[in-house]
Design a protein around this ligand. Structure first.
Ligand code: SF4
Length: 931
């Protein structure tokens, strides 16, 4: 009598393998098709990133691909900006219009085009395009995301976390996670945590909020936001006091034994002692004399000291110990500010020391270092860390991230078994990256890429008077090391004409009219602001996106993009690849289904625009386009001879090979046949100690990751930072404006220091956002399946705050910052720092956008904390408005937000709905895939 249920129905008649784009992790997916339609998505078990694991977002890709919010055709604005009134136009009309706006700018003043992209994965193409156009005004979204993490890592050790490196999940015994929500590196961290749990390794979470990964941690440290740097420096204090640092590792592989001029009266105070050939010096233990570092056979003394020319020089390690052994870093001195009891800090330091030094991780694998010295084993420390946006999105985030990298290095826990491991093409130190190029010339490309890594004031993007050359003021005295640009400042600077006005703002995948901006209402107003003549202050806005986001309504011209299943993409070793510590890997996306709308992949459109404007590299001498589309570019473009966007299946003398080689017209077919990716495994002897490992360096040259062996030392003491600090002190020809001297001198300390985040009076609570595991930025809450997990976002309040204000779950509260107010539904959460409230980010939507109905919970109960944050700090009374960002990199300090709350009625003045160019949402999104 039981019904017959087919428990193994045939779900597909074809499987196509590509790369997920439901978040930034880039997992491999098998897309099951039935009758030519997407029927089911599963993880690709062979893929290096996810090994078959698929998260909720990844499986819900089918709903993203079929989203009612998908744009359908190119659009030209016909109503006022913000009205959402558009007319459909043809691609030829759209491209002609775009060229008619941009080509005259290139011919006269290329910097008048500002080209900024959001969370795209094609920055090696987009950066090259901007360079060929000749505008310095290019960057992606890193400036408002996690540039502090990346920049601090690269300046300190040539790599950071996530795309640059990963914990040694197979060997670490103690894993400490700082400030990580659930979005970045999503599946790999989940898989890694699973491995740790299976092995019984200990996991400690340091985070004001105990959700997600922290909820499964063995120990939770509910730190006060913005104090991670102070806690880390206190741990360093404890380890130094206990003598628990790896002096041998520090002496061999880092700048610890290098000598610094420590005479404040000297002209070179704070710089490394160098010989006439510029070689940094160490003290030879045998003679007590200064000799060039890496002199064959010399044993450097990490505690050495010399006097030369009447000046005293001590080692970096000496200076470091002197700094952090000060009582101000003792646990008892920092505990109350960190919200972590002194005993817990001592205990944490003790756990780290025991895991690192009482039970080293030993791998029986001989290797040879760059001096030719043979080592018969690989020995490591068994302590690994990971951190992300939580510690970096503060005004002290750069130095906090540097402090964390310093802690890892002091333990000898970077590129050693059990510690943090780099993912090729990293390690790659700051001086191996290009410098920024910003000198725009009419009709000419830039001399090099717009983004890069300054090593001193001479590399800044400023004019002869010291004024910024870029619209976002990146690489200026205000933010010298803004290696990812400052996208969050583009619109406000352009409207203020500071440093100058632009003509065309060209954006891709960046929801600047909503969740990607601070001061959201203000940005919406700026996007539609007119001057005294009635003309828009930003005269033209071109926007490309696949979906009808809030930003669409503010553009003049829409270039509709495809979904990720309908396009070619290249996840390149030139950009942000999918490598793992044991293998360099890159990947593609390809159209596993054809678009059913009049849309085109943005990267193909960009190349088409480049060809129509005659940009170098995109057009042939006869005027025809160099590349038919992005797929053609991926296969034929060469950045250096033999090195192109994809490293797999290139043409060598003996046939097809991976790494270096000539272009191959069948390259993408080979990727498709291989599941969408290519892996190049490291030799066994190259797997650890990469910066100093002769086998790794040779392999990296052979595979085209670098052109020559480039061993280097980690930099605990940052000379580039010291050079800027010296300029602030008045040394050198290049000088900052006077009002920036003191802030620069305080921010650019060569050893990491902690500075307290702003704490405005009358705002006792910290307010944070976190990305949920099931959502990726604003994309998730248009997705019919994912909306069922997070349809709206309450503000989570600690129990004592709920009681104090007489609040119960579901009540409403007004949250006020120095900048504004939002009224939000509240929910109680006990596992929370007592002075912190938080919510999920980017769930709240503006009514009318994303093809959601106007009474969707995302619009009615969901909210956006961004309304409370401003890109400028409140006035301090000095006549200036200071940026709400890290003074080193310009990273937006989202998490420095301070608020107060009070019980309230539900909100009565929501932002009015906006019109959308896509049809009204369907009432039913069900369908059945049939043969
Ligand atoms: S972690 Fe990200 S890339 Fe991986 S399956 Fe989930 S959404 Fe896709």
């Amino acid at each position: 009598m039981q019904p017959k249920v087919d428990t193994s129905p045939q779900v597909s008649d074809e499987v196509r393998q590509t790369t997920c784009y439901m978040c930034a992790c880039r997992c491999g997916i098998n897309v099951h098709l039935k009758g030519g339609k997407v029927a089911y998505i599963e993880g690709n078990r062979d893929h290096p990133v996810n090994k078959g694991v698929l998260c909720a977002k990844g499986s819900a890709g089918i709903m993203q691909h079929n989203s009612p919010a998908r744009l359908r055709a190119p659009l030209r604005r016909v109503g006022p900006r913000g009205s959402g009134e558009f007319e459909e136009i043809s691609w030829d009309e759209a491209l002609d219009l775009a060229v008619s706006w941009m080509k005259p700018l290139r011919d006269t003043a290329p910097e008048k085009l500002a080209f900024f992209t959001g969370r795209d994965q094609s920055q090696s193409l987009t950066g090259w395009w901007a360079q060929q156009f000749g505008t310095p005004n290019f960057a992606a979204h890193g400036g408002f995301c996690s540039v502090n993490m990346a920049a601090a890592g690269i300046y300190t050790m040539g790599g950071a976390f996530w795309e640059f490196g990963a914990p040694d999940w197979d060997h670490t015994k103690l894993f400490i996670l700082f400030g990580v929500a659930e979005d970045h590196d999503s599946n790999p961290i989940k898989m890694g945590l699973g491995k740790l749990k299976a092995r019984g390794a200990k996991v400690i979470g340091v985070n004001p909020v105990r959700s997600g990964y922290n909820a499964i941690a063995d120990e939770w440290v509910g730190i006060t936001p913005g104090t991670d740097g102070l806690l880390i420096l206190s741990l360093v204090h404890c380890l130094l006091r206990a003598g628990r640092i790896d002096v041998e590792y520090l002496t061999r592989y880092t700048d610890a034994p290098l000598l610094i001029d420590c005479d404040p009266k000297s002209d070179s105070y704070g710089l490394l002692l160098r010989d006439t050939q510029g070689r940094a010096q160490v003290v030879d233990r045998a003679t007590g004399r200064a000799v060039p570092v890496d002199t064959a056979g010399v044993a450097a003394d990490p505690g050495g000291q010399v006097r030369q020319a009447g000046l005293t020089h001590v080692t970096v390690l000496h200076r470091l110990a002197e700094t952090y052994l000060k009582p101000e870093y003792a646990p008892e001195a920092v505990a109350s500010r960190c919200g972590v009891p002194a005993e817990q800090i001592h205990a944490l330091a003790g756990q780290i020391a025991r895991a690192a030094f009482e039970d080293p991780v030993v791998i029986d694998q001989p290797w040879t270092d760059w001096h030719g010295v043979q080592h018969n084993k690989m020995v490591g420390r068994g302590v690994a860390f990971h951190a992300m946006r939580g510690i970096s999105a503060h005004a002290n985030g750069f130095q906090t991230a540097r402090a964390l990298h310093m802690l890892q290095i002091l333990l000898g826990a970077v590129e050693t078994p059990g510690g943090m491991r780099f993912k090729p093409p990293y390690p790659k130190p700051a001086d191996a990256h290009p410098k920024p190029h910003a000198q725009a010339r009419a009709g000419q490309p830039l001399d090099g890429p717009p983004l890069g890594y300054p090593m001193g004031p001479e590399d800044l993007a400023v004019d002869d008077a010291g004024a910024p050359l870029r619209i976002d003021k990146a690489f200026s005295w205000e933010n010298p090391l803004s290696v990812h640009g400052l996208m969050h400042m583009v619109i406000s600077n352009a409207v203020a004409g500071d440093p100058y006005r632009i003509d065309t703002l060209f954006l891709y995948m960046a929801n600047m009219a909503w969740n990607s901006s601070m001061n959201t209402r203000g940005v919406m107003e700026m996007l539609s602001r007119t001057d005294e003549t009635g003309a828009y202050v930003i005269p033209r806005i071109i926007y490309s996106d696949a979906y009808s986001s809030e930003m669409v309504a503010y553009a003049d011209l829409i270039l509709p993009d495809t979904t990720y299943l309908e396009r070619h993409d290249c996840i390149s070793l030139l950009d942000r690849p999918v490598s793992e510590p044991d293998a360099a890997a890159d990947a593609i996306r390809w159209p596993v289904v054809a678009p059913d709308r009049d849309v085109r992949g943005f990267q193909s459109v960009l190349l088409d625009l480049g060809a129509r404007m005659g940009l170098p590299g995109m057009v042939q001498p006869d005027g025809t386009a160099t590349y038919a589309d992005y797929a053609d570019y991926i296969m034929r473009h060469e950045r250096r001879p033999g090195v192109g966007p994809l490293a797999g299946w290139r043409m060598g003398d003996g046939g097809v090979q991976h790494g270096r080689g000539a272009p191959n017209a069948a390259q993408i077919d080979s990727y498709v046949a291989n599941g969408g990716f290519c892996e190049m495994h490291l030799p066994e002897e190259a797997r650890y100690f990469k910066p100093w490992n002769a086998a790794y360096q040779a392999w990296a040259v052979q595979t085209g990751l670098q052109d020559a062996p480039s061993p280097y030392r980690f930099t605990l003491y940052s000379e580039p930072l010291r050079r800027f600090q010296r300029a602030a002190e008045g040394h050198g020809d290049l000088q900052p404006p006077d009002h920036l001297r003191a802030p620069l001198a305080a921010a650019m300390t060569p050893l990491p220091e902690w500075t307290a985040p702003p704490a405005p009076q009358g705002y006792p609570l910290h307010a944070l956002t976190q990305r949920p595991m099931a959502m990726y930025h604003s994309w998730g809450s248009q997705n019919a399946w994912l909306r069922q997990i997070h349809g709206h976002n309450p503000m989570y309040l600690p129990t004592a705050v709920m009681r104090e204000h007489g609040l119960r779950d579901g009540d409403w509260a007004r949250v006020t910052s120095p900048h504004g107010q939002v009224t939000v539904p509240v929910a109680e959460m006990a596992a929370l720092n007592p002075n912190t409230i938080w919510t999920w980010n980017a769930i709240g939507k503006r009514a009318g956008a994303w093809a959601l109905s106007e009474d969707a919970p995302e619009a009615k109960k969901g909210f956006l904390l961004n309304h409370l944050i401003h890109e400028l700090l409140p006035p301090k009374g000095d006549g200036l408005r200071w940026s709400n960002s890290d003074p080193v990199t310009g990273q937006a300090a989202w998490f420095d937000l301070r608020v107060r709350i009070e019980k309230s009625a539900p909100p009565t003045n929501p932002i009015p709905p906006q019109s959308s160019p896509v049809p009204a949402p369907p009432t039913d999104v069900r369908w059945q895939v049939k043969d």
